[in-house]
Design a protein around this ligand. Structure first.
Ligand code: PGA
Length: 233
C-alpha cells in the first residue's frame, strides 16, 4: 500500500484565491510522484471549486453529520461530500472533541453514516498531555477506538503534539503503533499526525511503521507539503 498523506487545512486559508493557489500548487507538485496517495481536506466552502480538477490528489471533508438530509442547520451530510467528489472524511479531530464536545457516541453515528455514503472515515484518536503524564495513553486510545473498524483509517494524533511544534518521538510512535495494531485486529491503515514536517515525516513511516500522515500546518505550505510527500514516497 502506498503511504496515505492527508492534508488537513482546518479553517484556512481565508479566501478562495489563496485556497486555489495552494491546491493547484500541490496538484502540480504531485505530477510524476507515484509513490504516495494524497488527500486534501479543505474547508467545505472551497470543495466545489476543486472537484473537477483534482487530477493528482483525492479530496476529503473535515467532518460530516450523521444524517443524510433534513432540518440540521449548518451541517453537511456524507452524501453531499460524496457528491462533491470526496472519498474521505476526517472524523473526531481533537479540536472538534475539545471545542464542540464531540464524543465517541457521535463518532459511532458519523462513522456509520460516512461508510453508508461510500466515504472512508479517518478516525482521529489521541491523548492530552495530562493523560500522557498520568500513563493513560493506551487506555484513552483504546476507549476512543470504535467497535467497528472495518473500512476505516485510524489517525493517531497526540493532542499535545498538534500545532505545537513538539512532535511525538518516533520511538514512542513505534510503541503506540504496535499497541494499536494489536488492538484493532484489522489491516486499517494507521496514520500519525501532530507537528509533522519535511524533516520528521519519513521517520513515522520508516521507523515507527505508520502507513501515512495527517498534516495540518505544514499542508498549507506547498513546498513543505510536497517535500513531505517526496520524503515518504
Ligand atoms: P499540525 O496539525 O500538523 O499543525 O500539528 C495536525 C492536525 O491537527 O491534524
Amino acid at each position: 500500500m502506498k503511504p496515505l498523506i492527508v492534508a488537513n487545512w482546518k479553517m484556512n486559508p481565508q479566501n478562495l484565491g489563496e485556497a486555489k493557489k495552494i491546491f493547484d500548487g500541490v496538484n502540480k507538485g504531485m505530477k510524476g510522484i507515484k509513490g504516495a496517495e494524497v488527500v486534501i481536506c479543505p474547508p467545505f466552502v472551497y470543495l466545489t471549486s476543486y472537484n473537477l480538477k483534482a487530477e493528482n490528489c483525492k479530496l476529503g471533508g473535515q467532518d460530516c453529520f450523521w444524517e443524510e438530509s433534513g432540518a440540521f442547520t449548518g451541517e453537511i451530510s456524507p452524501g453531499q461530500l460524496k457528491n462533491l467528489g470526496c472519498q474521505y472524511v476526517i472524523l473526531g479531530h481533537s479540536e472538534r472533541r475539545q471545542h464542540l464536545k464531540e464524543d465517541d457516541e457521535m463518532m459511532g453515528k458519523k462513522i456509520g453514516a460516512a461508510l453508508s455514503a461510500g466515504l472512508t472515515p479517518i478516525l482521529c484518536i489521541g491523548e492530552t498531555a495530562e493523560e500522557k503524564d498520568a500513563g493513560k495513553t493506551l487506555e484513552i486510545l483504546r476507549s476512543q477506538l470504535q467497535q467497528h473498524l472495518e473500512g476505516l483509517v485510524i489517525a493517531y494524533e497526540p493532542r499535545w503534539a498538534i500545532g505545537t511544534g513538539t512532535p511525538c518521538d518516533t520511538g514512542i510512535a513505534k510503541e503506540i503503533y504496535s499497541a494499536l495494531r494489536e488492538t484493532i485486529k484489522t489491516d486499517a491503515p494507521i496514520l500519525y499526525g501532530g507537528s509533522v514536517n519535511s524533516k520528521n515525516a519519513a521517520g513515522y513511516l520508516k521507523e515507527a511503521g505508520m502507513q501515512g500522515l495527517l498534516v495540518g500546518g505544514a499542508s498549507l505550505d506547498v513546498k513543505e507539503f510536497i517535500d513531505i510527500i517526496k520524503n515518504v514516497s
